[in-house]
Design a protein around this ligand. Structure first.
Ligand code: PLP
Length: 371
């Protein structure tokens, strides 16, 4: 094994694999229990839109054919939705795929990428895999009065050097649920050199309150170096189908398409995503349920005397006031799967996905018991 590792490219040698949330079946098998719940991967507790499921079913008999590699129908629908040209859209096997494409197309060992402390785990993976330098900007401190653990856009700006090709921003960020204000973003974008690509990762966009949502169209018109990434994995409830996309300047999209696998998004995923964007009721219901769930967690944590990071996403990070790993393990024994975030250098936090009220009650009851 050691020899193989020695032969791996230098960046890959340093990578610690991404740790996904524990699957329900695995826990049930290990403990011989049933009825476990998983609130560990920021999935939608309402499931997918019924219309999306029907659309995926309708094409399943055709999967002897390759999908439309360019995902024409879906790209056109997304372009219409965002009021942009179809050439601005790149489809990905999840938005994770788009992040990888950006790494492959724009990063090399001679240059660097910037992202914040506590930001989404895939950014370091993407940067390391291509051997580029990761420049990690300090986040706001834990005792910051507005946005503890949040992205400090000034620190991110200061971390950019003449080798920097890409900056990753997550708004809201995972695992913190933190966000930045529109004016902060605008000021940041106006300062950064056009040669530096800014990836604005909006995986949780649809959960944001309207007044915090950046205007995609205005931003893209103003800043040609912006790549906005979105996903169908979160509010649209299609994580298992793996589909996401980016909106960018057509020249950037053209470059991403050069490194994209010819058939990176599959046929049922394209069909389901197309139907899902039509079903705005499902999106609204999911956002409302999430808002209630966040309130439920905020109130419960306050009453339990636990500090938490204010979140506008579909998860919340809570400080359990001690090493969170034994708490995570004890919750598993209660049949509740959440996410420890020690790998993000937040060893006293657990990240909990907002479920439906019953699931949230179950997490909170179990948490009270094990603490
Ligand atoms: C901030 C952020 N970006 C991107 C992704 C990737 O999601 P997907 O590849 O399912 O679209 C995630 C998933 O958890 C995320 O939290």
């Amino acid at each position: 094994m050691n020899n193989f590792l020695k032969n791996a490219v230098p960046g890959v040698q340093q990578i610690s694999p991404y740790e996904p949330g524990k699957p329900v079946e695995e826990l049930e098998r290990e403990l011989g229990i049933t009825n476990a719940i998983k609130l560990a991967s920021n999935e939608n507790p309402l499931g997918p839109s019924v219309k999306a499921v029907e659309a995926a079913r309708a094409v399943i008999g055709d999967v002897n054919y390759y999908p439309d590699g360019a995902g024409h129908k879906l790209s056109v629908a997304l372009a219409d939705k965002h009021g942009v040209d179809r050439a601005c859209i790149t489809l990905g096997n999840g938005s994770n795929d788009i992040l990888e494409l950006i790494g492959r197309a724009f990063l090399a060992p001679c240059n660097s990428a910037v992202y914040s402390e506590y930001s989404f785990a895939v950014y370091p993976l993407v940067v390391q895999a291509v051997g580029a330098e990761a420049r990690v900007a300090k986040a706001f401190p834990s005792d910051h009065d507005v946005m503890p653990y949040g992205h400090d856009l000034n620190a991110i700006y200061d971390s950019i050097t003449n080798t920097t090709r890409v900056v990753f921003l997550a708004n809201p960020n995972n695992p913190t649920g933190t966000w930045f204000e529109l004016e902060e973003l605008d000021l940041f974008l106006s300062k950064v050199d056009e040669d530096v690509l800014i990836v604005l990762d909006e995986a949780y966009f649809e959960y944001m309150p309207d007044h915090l949502k950046p205007d995609t169209n205005v931003l893209l018109n103003q800043y040609k170096n912006l790549i906005i990434t979105r996903t169908f994995s979160k509010i649209y409830g299609l994580a298992g189908l793996r589909i996401g996309y980016s909106i960018s300047h057509p020249d950037v999209a053209d470059i991403l398409n050069r490194v994209r696998q010819p058939f990176n998004t599959n046929m049922p995923a394209q069909a389901a995503a197309l139907a899902a964007i039509e079903d705005q009721n499902h999106v609204e219901n999911s956002a409302s349920l999430n808002m209630l769930g966040l309130k439920q967690y905020n109130a419960a944590f306050k009453s339990m005397g636990l500090k938490y990071i204010p979140s506008i996403a579909n998860f919340i990070a809570v400080n359990v006031n001690k090493d969170a790993m034994p708490v995570y393990d004890a919750l598993l024994r209660e049949g509740v799967i959440v996410r420890p975030v020690a790998s993000y250098k937040m060893p006293r936090f657990l990240r909990i996905t907002v479920g439906n009220q019953q699931q949230n009650d179950r997490v909170l009851t179990a948490l009270k018991k094990v603490l």
